[in-house]
Design a protein around this ligand. Sequence first.
Ligand code: CAO
Length: 468
Amino acid sequence: MTDTREATVPDIGDFTDVPVIEVLVKPGDRVEKDQGLVTLESAKATMEVPAPFAGIVREVKVKENDSVSRGSVIALIEAGEGAASPPSPGGKGVGGEGPSPPQTSKSAEKVEAPKAEPAPARAPAPESDEKRAPASSASTRGGDIAPPRSPPIPFDADTVAPDKVPYASPEVRAFARELGVDLSRVHGSARGGRITKEDVQAFVKSAMAGGAPAQVAAAATGGGGLNLLPWPQVDFAKFGAVEEKPLSRIKKLSGANLSRNWAMIPHVTQHESADVTDMEAFRKQLGAENKDVKITPLVFLIKAVVAGLKQYPQFNASLDASGEKLVLKKYFHVGIAVDTPDGLVVPVIRDCDRKSLLELAMELGELSKKARDKKLSPNDMSGGCFSISSLGGIGGTSFTPIINAPEVAILGVSRSSMQPVWNGSAFEPRLMLPLSLSYDHRVIDGADAARFAAYLARVLGDLRRLLL
Ligand code: CAO
């Protein structure tokens, strides 16, 4: 007896009617648990809906450009390692057009796929088709193993309104990425506004002739507007033994974000130092009283940052898409950079102004674990107002963190150390915490940054100020 079940869209946060931009399997394909079935492109991120179990795809229920929400059925999968499979319907298969397999949804049991895997919002460097993982040549009893894929193509919701998701095939998207073209700016000439390769080419031509905004024209001509030399091509093996190791998916995606932010935001970093001797004594006392939760200096920093954002609202802001207006936020969601084996991610703790130190400590522990277990959802990583990047558990005396756009500032924290501090008549040993505040100089003046950083130092030096 066969065991055919439905694979459905899992919890994808607040999104509904999310477009399917790629169908990754066809009837007859053998899939492993967690292998991507389709790629969805929400307003915040691109995500794959993974297979909830291993088996043979019997029917694909969606096609490109369909819209799905939580619970929508993506495919019928016959569960199990040894599921017998009919031959794959010769190359045509995606979009559920192939012949229906014997088991249908009538007998299918609903199984929600594991949480969709998010991809940070920005495209990784394009990979040529040849460089992608080799297409499967292995034919198993169950059919073809769908080849491992390059990361989904992300969607930058910060520059594109959700109702303007660019309508283009994966090939056209890859082509646009290669040329550095933002598809949201390309007019689609095909039916229903679909963007063709020719549309992208025409756009690039127009950009080169000065018909597109400067940044796009610059990207399309390969220089990012900076008139840069090409990247050095070096055969390192000429100089000694080498080994090649592909960058992780998170590294590729966050790398693209970091490059954009570094290149497009005029960063300045203000360094400050806070006397945390008393704070540290209080932290130790709290830790002794609450052994079930780890209370690190970071939670005090979150509290101090929230107080700073209230005092200096221009730090709790973003430039709007036109770059001419500041959007001031009345909520206090703080992003925390978390180091994971695969790279950096920034989950967000919401409503930090309404949470106690202990609540923040618990949530920080949960989010860091979720990040390291690769379980963060797009929702966990969106909505941040300001980020903190703490390297205090590792070391260092200062660094220059990169702003997490569209935020306008980020606080870097290094390791506290005992320093001799002059108290007016003698040197006293005090525990000093180095702070590095990077800010977007288009939005924040140097004097305000110095005030904000000094304010943080004052609050951390005397936590009673949080009550003011
Ligand atoms: N000074 C001195 N000690 C510090 C400290 C500081 N500024 N910050 C943390 N510590 C201590 C903690 O108290 C803890 O000590 P105990 O184990 O004795 O209690 C130890 O260092 C380890 O702390 P932690 O790193 O586990 O916890 P955290 O709350 O400070 O940080 C997290 C949590 C998730 C932010 C952190 O683990 C992490 O991933 N940091 C890296 C972030 C990163 O990569 N940033 C760079 C991004 S590039 O801009």
